[in-house]
Ligand binder design. Sequence first.
Ligand code: HEM
Length: 354
Amino acid sequence: MATNKLAALVVLVAFLAGPAACEGINICLNFNGWLKPSILDPLFCPRGSGPPVPSPSGSGLSYGYYNTRCPTAEKIIKDAVKKAVDENPGIGAGLIRLFFHDCFVRGCDASVLLNTTNSQNSDTEREGLPNKDSLRGFEVIDEAKTAIEAACNNTVSCADIVAFAARDASYFLSNGSINIRMPGGRYDGRESFANETDQLPGPFSNVAQLQASFAAKGLTSDEMVTLSGAHTIGRARCMFFSSRFSEMDPAYAAKLRAQCNGNGNTNVNQDDVTSNVLDKQYYQNVLDNKVLFASDAVLNSTVTRAQVTENADKAGEWERKFEKAMEKMGKIKGDQQGLEIRKVCWRVNNVGLY
Ligand code: HEM
């Protein structure tokens, strides 16, 4: 308990002090993979209890779930996503990531959207180290939810809106090449805690840590490699990769160094080649040593290189695998799901009710 408190304090101090301090601090806390590994790991990160138990796979989900319940729902979401992506493709990237970060913490229950929870906890997932000042696309979810409530109230969960929005963003950003069959029928959770976001793998994670974090959610190593391909769109802050310029392709590193210009909060494109297209370019970038994070670069290691090469080479193969892996990610369940259909996506229906 004392260790947890100390860990929370150091994370807070590092966070408040900004990226430069984070780079220098070198203390791994519970956020394994989000801060650079440290010699103090054994002191601060005792992980005696072994890997978490895999979440059970989703049940009760079905395709076309809203066809009879709320026939306009999926179109409302698709239109909202299309409008947002047309204005700024980066929001589409944000929506895909929102889905991943929702499903990995408490299952796909829209806990990532909450500001106000049943226990009146304000330190929600949105405040967690991987999410704060980083997640985007919330306004698209809210816009879709408002329109859906007007069409058929109390019927469509925020968790399903997040899942469908990720599906639609994948479709638009891939220019129609990626068609995810996403079932519906999720329910919204009533709790959300910042510290639980430490279940998300971090940019400094090694292969074993990446595999373990995905396995803990019932996903295979191949699915981990497949889903990492989402780093072919969107942006990332320099604080997560500026310590490894020397390990990158020299010309690429020089370009990034100039873009970052010593500021850890600067954002750069994740894929320098086709930055706004959800395609298999990421895997060529891994092979060319032109990826940002250590967690991207380590996929070019003996354990996973065969999959990376295959994804880079075979037309259409990665796209089909990505469709399946996203659908499977959408079935991750937490312990306390099926609680309600929220009226507003960022707060539970009745605070403190049960
Ligand atoms: C494999 C382990 C993963 C790690 C370590 C990781 C880590 C990260 C980090 C550090 C960022 C940049 C955040 C920032 O600078 O604020 C990022 C961005 C992003 N990640 Fe991942 N990620 C992983 C897997 C995934 C998966 C599975 C998906 C989706 C299927 C995904 C989708 C994205 C997208 C789309 C962005 C850009 C978001 C935007 O532009 O708003 N990532 N990721």
